[in-house]
Design a protein around this ligand. Structure first.
Ligand code: TRP
Length: 327
């Protein structure tokens, strides 16, 4: 069976963008592949190193959120990066064979250096971020890596590092992993930009029903439709429409489009329906979230860590042998 691996950085609580854009996809993947999902807490350090003290708590919250969504410790191996120290050893070894020019030309790196001007991320660790990511992936010899488009350069680097290792040591050891790009359109935030906690436009999974209602009411809709009696064009002009498509059935979406175009369904009423639907979608999550908090989640995480370690240690043993490092 092919192996899937993906990770998330624990830098804050999750929102609907993560729910529809990432976790729903993981749920499908865990039915079809051998899956490894991990909390990339060392990677969180690249931007949070000045105040790393919350990372552990976010990691716990992330793990509980995953469980509540239905990522299953029975089906998938769920673990914490920093608990599997082998990642760090492989990172060191891969770092030795990775030309710095490959890292410096990485577009995601250049973007982040430019955009995160309030943080000093011009560190060695941040430059090496993709090498650690390559280690995360290659240590499990993963074949497929579900990620967003921003991560495609990192996947390309991972393939290049794998190729270079195989070439240098004359052995077909690491498979070249493929990115699995999500077909889910970007979940819009309240202001129409991509939903993101840092934009303050997100509906958080931890929001209460009242907060959901308030936030959905705040969505910008069709600005060329100031009155209900004006016909709308939801597919081209409504910011909330991508969210509508995610939560309603095809039939319901057709009805909404028709009501909007015929000026029968007003935006206020439509958003009321939308809020209720979002609450419907989140209710099972909220219920499960309370349940899992009271389970022995620590032992579930331990179990995942143990399984991950077994695979990682096996790969490391072989790598040490290939490089002739007997200890
Ligand atoms: N860089 C990824 C992100 O920011 C997180 C990540 C770390 C990751 N290691 C990974 C994703 C390995 C996939 C595979 O989203």
């Amino acid at each position: 069976m092919e192996r899937v691996l993906s990770g998330m950085r624990p830098t804050g609580r999750l929102h609907l963008g993560h729910f529809f854009g990432v976790l729903k996809i993981w749920l499908e993947l865990q039915e079809k592949y051998e899956c490894f999902f991990f909390i990339a807490d060392w990677h969180a350090l690249t931007t949070e190193y000045e105040s790393p003290f919350n990372i552990s708590n976010y990691s716990k919250e992330l793990f509980l959120d995953w469980l509540a969504v239905g990522i299953s410790p029975e089906k998938s191996t769920i673990f914490l990066q920093s608990a599997v120290k082998e990642h760090a050893e492989l990172y060191l070894l891969l770092g030795m064979i990775t030309p710095t020019s490959w890292l410096e030309r990485n577009p995601t790196y250049k973007d982040m250096i430019k955009n995160l001007q309030n943080k000093d991320i011009a560190t060695y660790g941040f430059l090496g971020y993709p090498v650690l990511q390559a280690a995360d992936i290659l240590i499990y010899k993963a074949n497929k890596v579900p990620v967003g488009v921003d991560q495609v350069p990192h996947l390309e680097l991972t393939r290049e590092i794998a190729r270079r290792f195989n070439y240098l040591y004359g052995i077909e050891f690491f498979p070249e992993p493929q990115a699995l790009l999500s077909s889910v359109p970007k979940v819009p935030g309240i202001d129409g930009r991509k939903m993101s906690k840092s934009y303050g436009n997100a509906i958080m999974l931890s929001d209460s029903p009242d907060e959901v209602v308030k936030k959905v009411r705040a969505y910008v809709t069709d600005i060329e439709r100031p009155r209900k009696s004006d016909p709308g064009d939801p597919e081209n002009r409504c910011v909330a429409f991508n969210l509508i498509k995610l939560v309603f059935s095809d039939e319901e979406v057709r009805d909404i489009i028709e009501g909007c175009k015929k000026a029968q369904l007003g935006c206020v009423e439509c958003k009321k329906k939308l809020a209720l639907k979002v609450i419907d979608v989140l209710t099972p999550f909220w219920e499960r979230r309370k349940e899992v908090e009271n389970t022995d989640w620590k032992s579930l995480l331990e179990k995942g860590i143990t399984k991950a370690k077994e695979v990682a240690e096996e790969t490391l043993k072989e790598v040490r042998k290939i490089l002739n490092f007997p200890y």
